[in-house]
Design a protein around this ligand. Sequence first.
Ligand code: NAD
Ligand code: LMR
Ligand code: MG
Length: 608
Amino acid sequence: MMWRNIARFSKAAAAAGRTGGSRRCLSTAIPGPCIVHKRGSDILHDPWFNKDTGFPLTERDRLGLRGLLPPRIISFEQQYDRFIESFRSLERNTLGQPDNVVSLAKWRILNRLHDRNETLYYRVLIDNIKDFAPIIYTPTVGLVCQNYSGLYRRPRGMYFSAKDKGEMMSMIYNWPAHQVDMIVITDGSRILGLGDLGVQGIGIPIGKLDMYVAAAGINPQRVLPIMLDVGTNNQKLLQNPLYLGLRQPRLEGDEYLEIIDEFMEAAFTRWPKAVVQFEDFQAKWAFETLDRYRKKFCMFNDDVQGTAGVALAGLLGTVRAQGRPLSDFVNQKIVVVGAGSAGLGVTKTAVQAVARMAGISFADATKNFYLIDKDGLVTTERSKLDPAVVPFAKNPAEIREGASIVEVVKTVRPHVLLGLSGVGGIFNEEVLKAMRESDSCKPAIFAMSNPTLNAECTAADAFKHAGENIVFGSGSPFENVQLENGNVGHVNQANNMYLFPGIGLGTLLSGARIVTDGMLLAAAECLASYMTDEEVQKGILYPSINNIRHITAEVGAAVLRAAVSDDIVEGHGDVGPRDLSHMSKEETVDYITRNMWFPIYSPLVHEK
Ligand SMILES: NC(=O)c1ccc[n+]([C@@H]2O[C@H](COP(=O)([O-])OP(=O)(O)OC[C@H]3O[C@@H](n4cnc5c(N)ncnc54)[C@H](O)[C@@H]3O)[C@@H](O)[C@H]2O)c1
Ligand SMILES: O=C(O)C[C@H](O)C(=O)O
Ligand SMILES: [Mg+2]
């Protein structure tokens, strides 16, 4: 795409973004023009510039569109209303149909708009984020990935396969945008809790980048979803004649690493200032690639690092919810079920926090943590102990090797039971009832696995069996629960969506070339302190998704300021490192907010 946005979106437009749900609050400021290098029907077929019937007459003349559209001009507001009305009518017409059918129908209508007119798409997404996030993101995105080969209509993002070895440096220049800010990459090997979905996992980077646009205001012309297709070990997919990916087993070892090394070199050669988010890699590659690239490239792993920050914020929130001082975190007994990329990332970060708070060693800080994987409680007695879990392995004299979840809960009486196992329903009635004997006055249950069917328990079951005094979080959304005592059991969406957009945006606007532990910790602390005591007392640990732009601006600012403290900022655009280091906290939040893209139709100006 030969385009150049010659004016930043106005401050007023960005401010309109802060108003969140109020779509009536359209900015009256005149948006800056956008230069396009195409004319006529090419523009109508380009979702970045297409305005459908919204092109004004003067623009139709300038761009050679006169006669290519029906004569009547429909305003942005009318287009918006028409879309929402067709969405609502789809909801009415599909009442009573199976959930999967309805969810996919909703995804299709949004996806068609995405493919046709991105400005309108992102506007309806931002304004209706609570309704639409569960469709373009978790949980429906999981269903979309499972059915991707059948749902596929138009390409989105780029595909690099094992067959492209040696070609990636030139292939990367096939992407039409001159500038790319955010890349989300997957190899499809662990898509949510759904396992290896091969090339069909591309739905995840697309959904994550939709959240980047909606929450962080990254310009959609500057995002790039990437699928690295190194084969799949999913036999069902390999046997499906319509499967769209390479029909070969996954590459392993050095062959695998050579492919991903080549992609990283190519991407950063073309866009040295981009930020790359690794997403839904199986644990061994998640850790290996993080280790391999984090000092060399501007990248982070969302499942390991983003999830850790969101979980830490939730854990600190549960201490506040108990009415205890934060320093009491060091005394919380925490059982983590799932020792993969997410579970280990969370445990390590939480142990580090305890070590810091209590002024003790990492080893001593593991005392109150219990890690359970598919073979039960991890102890030092286990044969072939994975080196990554060694620091958390318990002494079998305390509880036996391989103890079940219920055994551990009954013995330990933990304050927190946190699931990142990918196994739906594993917090069954017996386990939840055992949490009634917790040593906490407000036991916390986090069923963080996605999508909904993979959650360790439902919200309703958690409140029913573990007691109405619990705090509850889940990775996928559940409705709040009406409790028998007349209160509302609040459901928190404990999902990394509260952090990754701010981590990416803060890093990008700082111009830092790596993402440090300090930046990630600042993001988690910012989220942890976002809620008021009053909210936390009610069990509300995370903000409403309706405020996602605001929380993202705050997180982004915290990340940027941590990058300043780490002395690694290089600046962004006209704003140099000295400018960044002189900004107050409020000025940093303002700088971040002003740089958020907001969807409005800009006048298009043609240039050859
Ligand atoms: N809420 C969020 O923000 C968030 C973030 C990241 C991951 N997740 C979810 O967490 C889940 C796990 O992700 P991951 O990347 O860690 O996966 P992973 O495959 O790396 O790890 C899964 C872990 O669960 C363990 N496990 C499997 N069956 C078990 C059982 N019956 N009992 C106990 N443990 C069992 C495995 O041994 C492994 O340690 C997925 O469902 C994913 O969607 C949620
Ligand atoms: O994608 C999500 O909703 C969260 C997380 O990254 C996951 O892998 O489950
Ligand atoms: Mg993920």
